[in-house]
Design a protein around this ligand. Structure first.
Ligand SMILES: C[S@@+](CC[C@H](N)C(=O)[O-])C[C@H]1O[C@@H](n2cnc3c(N)ncnc32)[C@H](O)[C@@H]1O
Length: 275
């Protein structure tokens, strides 16, 4: 998100009610264009075959939120460069990774070539998964799709549909609280300046008025309701504190603001077991 008070060059932006097609198209445009730069900026921190949940640097190798993955079929949602999928493959999982953006999937193929670790990649929209009912054991996402779609309830329903009974769905996304704050990791980012209750999407437009970037918002209660409405069980919401000694900033994530408020939330859910 670009802030209107930090001095960053102002794009044509605003908070709008957007439909699913507009959000999908904006995300395609943005992530196709940004993929190479995103990987150049964050690739080393993410690790080419590692599972990093968030800019705080939380790793699945430490948290083990997905449970045992060896021998399980795991779906990575909004995989970007598919770093997480390659780590899961190294843990013995059967992995399928998908993303909306052909630019991001091209980066994932380049990583496959450089690491020698290949995982099946699919181009798909998280709101309409091209996978059979009850076909995966575990689904996961590190900031993939959920912060960008117009209808995250549809993503919850789709993931619940493709999960086998008893399967886990764990996803990280922007912490709902930071919707109120300027997009700044420092002191300026510690001011409430926008309504937490405004569910309209932050949207940037190009000169032709085309939406070219969008981020969407749900309150913490909205997230819980969407998970429950999809028939999933919510086990935990992790709100990571900023780790001591981690100086690296990532957009609005950083040690200064991180001392006071969480910027990431990780939702740990599962589909109930069959009776
Ligand atoms: C912040 S990146 C995260 C990528 C990767 N998980 C990581 O940690 O680097 C967000 C990703 O979500 C993808 N994305 C956005 N909207 C999507 C959608 N509707 N369906 C699938 N992927 C989507 C983007 O293309 C992008 O690769």
């Amino acid at each position: 998100m670009t802030d209107d008070v930090t001095g960053a060059p102002p794009p044509a932006y605003g908070y709008l009610d957007i439909d699913a097609d507009t959000a999908r198209s904006a995300s395609r445009i943005y992530w196709d264009d940004a993929a190479a730069e995103y990987q150049a900026e964050h690739g080393e921190f993410l690790g080419d075959s590692d599972f990093c949940w968030s800019p705080e640097g939380l790793r699945e190798s430490d948290l083990r939120l997905l449970g045992e993955v060896a021998g399980r079929t795991v779906l990575e949602v909004g995989c970007g460069g598919a770093q997480c999928a390659r780590w899961l493959r190294g843990q013995g999982a059967r992995v399928v990774a998908f993303d909306l953006s052909s630019g991001q999937l091209a980066q994932a193929r380049a990583y496959a070539a450089s690491t020698g670790v290949d995982v099946p990649l699919v181009q798909a929209d998280a709101m309409a998964l091209p996978f059979a009912d009850a076909s995966v054991d575990v689904a996961c996402s590190a900031f993939g799709a959920v912060p960008f779609v117009a209808d995250s309830a549809a993503v919850m329903r789709e993931v619940a549909r493709v999960l086998r009974p008893g399967g886990r769905w764990v996803f990280s996304t922007t912490h709902p609280f930071v919707w109120c704050l300027p997009d700044d990791p420092d002191d300026n980012g510690l001011r409430v300046y926008h309504s937490y209750f405004d569910r309209r999407a932050y949207t940037e437009h190009d000169d032709q008025g085309r939406a070219v970037y969008t981020e969407t918002h749900r309150t913490i209660g909205d997230r819980v309701r969407e998970i429950v409405a999809a028939g999933l069980v919510l086990h935990d919401i992790i709100e990571p504190e900023w780790p001591a000694g981690q100086d690296r900033t990532w957009g609005q994530w950083g040690p200064r603001r991180g001392e006071y408020v969480p910027s990431t939330s990780i939702f740990v859910t599962s589909r109930p077991p069959a009776r």
